[in-house]
Design a protein around this ligand. Structure first.
Ligand code: ASP
Ligand code: MG
Length: 420
């Protein structure tokens, strides 16, 4: 009897994504190509996913608006237009890598098998047909893919939403079962706080998907949809610097799978902040079933997302409700709500100039005391709390915008995030 051994495939399959600021000039593009080539020489199979160079997407959008006269440019044409930014950077990257003596091929989103729905401007990925990408890898080529775009069943080009090249990279990584999806950006990794507010902020070595998702939706510079996709498909990610080759970056993954690290992890991973928050308060609304829906529906239909919502205990059948929105929506929200005939109220009050500060960390699940520590630290720093909400792994306070830096610094030091 003969037994055939198949050698285990040990070559790593790596997806690398480079953002627009890492590709803004010819010089930067050349640097990125060198970095890709160096990684190749260490022996990995590579797929490189790119954004448009610098501010190309914005420039194309501005051009479209100038040319469209009194009309808004059609979403279909807009997508056809702005998808070209990524086509340019992908083909240039392919050319630059070949210039360094490595075999490379660039593919559009369509050629890479990315199929989407028909929501122009923010299309959802329906499916990825990875055969072509896998075939090119097998032929020994570095595959360069234009991020941010896909194709509808009706053969029209779509884009996936602003900043969504990350999503392309993660989706491709999932479809080819890559070992890691590396996101190269203009910071050294995911930081414990915004360094403009907290000078002591440092790079978080590793973080779970759940925590990262909370932070991404709280304004950390990551596309939340890409984190969600990575989490569902268990794609390990690394967020690191395109400019600093010594940056260790932040690993995002399933921390439950790495028990040894779980023990030494901090209970609070980071302080997330968001400026430009506004609050709307409706006084004297009827406390009856359907009232919250009646208030929120027209806002949802206008595409405005509501954040923190607080409803008071009612007295004499009347209650108050407050909610926050991005400051830029305040005017519209006030208009829509005051025209809402389904909701009666005695008085509407608005307040802008607020900010949101949150502590995030899976370590606080099932351990009491974190909220109390947070409120104490804010009180000691003389910061007034306007509103509070929590999730299982996050506590958020709404504070005056003027105090956001003080609040962030106080919490960063309270939870000892400055030290390893
Ligand atoms: N170029 C696109 C944008 O600026 C996609 C991206 O950068 O990820 O939104
Ligand atoms: Mg961009």
């Amino acid at each position: 009897m003969t037994v055939e051994f198949e050698m285990p495939q040990t070559k790593q399959v790596v997806v690398q994504k480079f953002g627009g600021s890492s590709l803004a000039t010819e010089e930067l593009l050349r640097k990125v190509a060198k970095r890709v080539a160096a990684r190749r020489e260490q022996g990995a199979d590579l797929v490189v996913c790119v954004s448009a160079m610098g501010d190309t997407t914005d420039e194309l959008l501005n051009l479209a608006h100038r040319l469209s006269g009194d009309y808004s440019p059609s979403p279909r044409e807009t997508d056809a237009l702005i998808s070209t930014g990524e086509l340019v950077s992908a083909s240039l990257m392919g050319i630059a890598i070949r210039g360094l003596g490595h075999d490379a091929i660039s593919l559009s989103g369509r050629q890479a098998g990315i199929q989407t729905d028909e929501t122009f401007g923010s299309a959802r990925i329906a499916n990825i047909e990875p055969a072509r990408v896998l075939r090119e890898i097998k032929r020994g080529r570095i595959v360069v893919i234009a991020g941010f775009q896909g194709l509808t069943p009706a053969d029209d080009t779509t884009t996936l939403g602003r900043g969504a090249s990350d999503l392309t990279a993660v989706a491709i990584a999932a479809s080819i079962e890559a070992d890691v999806c590396e996101i190269y950006t203009d910071v050294d990794g995911i930081l414990t706080a915004d360094p403009r507010l907290v000078p002591d902020a440092r790079v978080i070595p590793q973080i779970g998907y759940e925590e990262m998702l909370e932070m991404a939706s709280l304004g950390a510079k990551m596309n939340p949809r890409s984190i969600e996709m990575a989490s569902v498909h268990k794609v390990p990610m690394l967020i690191t610097s395109s400019f600093n080759p010594h940056a260790a970056g932040t690993k995002i993954g399933n921390l439950e799978d790495q028990n040894s690290n779980m023990e030494i992890r901090k209970s609070i991973t980071s302080i997330a902040t968001e400026r430009s928050v506004a609050r709307v308060t409706l006084h004297g609304i009827a406390d009856r079933p359907g009232i919250a829906a009646a208030i929120m529906m027209p806002l949802a239909e206008a595409g405005i997302s509501i954040d923190v919502i607080v409803q008071n205990v009612s007295s004499h059948g009347l209650t108050d409700m407050s909610f926050t929105v991005g400051q830029e929506y305040l005017q519209r929200v006030a208009e829509i709500t005051s025209q809402n005939t389904e909701v009666g109220y005695s008085d509407i009050a608005t307040r802008d100039g607020l900010a949101k500060v949150s502590v995030v960390g899976t370590g606080m699940t099932n351990s009491p005391g974190y909220a109390a520590r947070m409120f104490r630290a804010l009180a000691d720093a003389n910061v007034n709390i306007e509103m509070i909400t929590t999730s299982e792994i996050r506590i958020t306070c709404i504070v005056d915008q003027e105090h956001v830096a003080t609040a962030a610094r106080a919490l960063h030091s309270e939870f000892e995030l400055e030290a390893d």
